[in-house]
Ligand binder design. Sequence first.
Ligand SMILES: [Zn+2]
Length: 181
Amino acid sequence: MSDTVILAPDYQPVNYLPLSTIDWQTAIKLFFLDKIQVLEWYDDWVVRSAKLEMRVPAVAVTKKGFGKNGGMRFSRQNLYLRDLFTCQYCGDTFNGKQLTIDHVLPRAQGGTTTWENCVAACKECNSEKGNKVWRPNKAPVKPNYWALVNSVKSTYTGIRHPSWNLYLGLKDNDSKIAKNR
Ligand SMILES: [Zn+2]
């Protein structure tokens, strides 16, 4: 579960993709291990054990460790985000289940699974394309961090606590974030 947002020591999210969240049990464990500093607590979410009663952290900063890795990790979700859930051949928008990863230069011809050789394609286009080489609407490139962050802002809907908007730089309210996923 995504209960607590984790920020790096510079107060930036450790990872947008997947969003760096942890479940509340882990958050409380890290808190007692003195690994995180809690910035925001849920007002209305209290957990109890035999010995203790406490609110659940909503946003926390790591004291050190996690670190931000420079390059964006290639993954299905990140690729769809880069392409804004749009098939790069027919130009229609789909949800994640209807999309596939298409190798621009097919694997059979030595195409690699990399940012530069993969695009989002709907199932129909992908099967029609087969082992042919089609030119995608947008030349695939490795996205930079902020480009993906902007994609997340326009597609992310999993806000659990109002303060997340602030820490994630998500100024828009949820109603404006209405991408079909
Ligand atoms: Zn298509």
